[in-house]
Design a protein around this ligand. Structure first.
Ligand code: SME
Length: 154
């Protein structure tokens, strides 16, 4: 299976996983576990917008920073710009927040509730330049699946 096919399979599995369950945290937790299991990335997690900050949500991987300000780090920038960011070398990203010294590259995608960013999906790799457009498209589909379901999750 190439990477694109892996993302198509991941999407279908995620769809099955969340259908019939409306608990937000349970679904986000299982989605991070699913990505970890299928792709093995170093760190996968959600940061949720709460009181004008990003607050750590369900994740897989080592302990991480709990709060990120608007516009700070890769996550806070993705939130502020409401767009996906791919960082080939985190040390080249001004203001990158290093939760782990092992982290070398990163992708962050916004998850929308209507027009507002409700959370971001953050994935870190312990290798340089891990993420490309295929990851962005595959993970965007997953973020859209979450967005579509958010109104019915609590
Ligand atoms: N590196 C992120 C912080 C979160 S950790 O990677 C889990 C950033 O710069 O926003």
């Amino acid at each position: 299976m190439d990477k694109k096919e892996k993302y198509t399979a991941l999407y279908k599995e995620a769809q099955g996983l969340v259908s019939g369950e409306n608990d937000l945290i349970a679904n986000l937790a299982n989605i991070t576990a699913l990505i970890k299991d299928r792709f093995g990335f170093f760190w996968i997690g959600f940061y949720l917008v709460k009181d004008s900050q990003l607050v750590l949500g369900p994740f897989q991987g080592p302990v991480a920073c709990t709060r990120i300000a608007h516009g700070k780090g890769v996550c806070g920038t993705s939130w502020a710009q409401a767009k996906a960011l791919i960082v080939a070398d985190v040390h080249e990203f001004p203001g990158h927040i290093a939760c782990s010294a092992m982290s070398k590259s990163e992708i962050v995608l916004p998850v929308f509730y209507g027009k507002e960013v409700y959370m971001v999906l953050d994935i870190d790799s312990d290798e340089l330049a891990t993420f490309d457009k295929v990851d962005e498209v595959g993970l965007s589909m997953l973020c859209e699946l979450i967005s579509e379901n958010l109104p019915t999750w609590n």
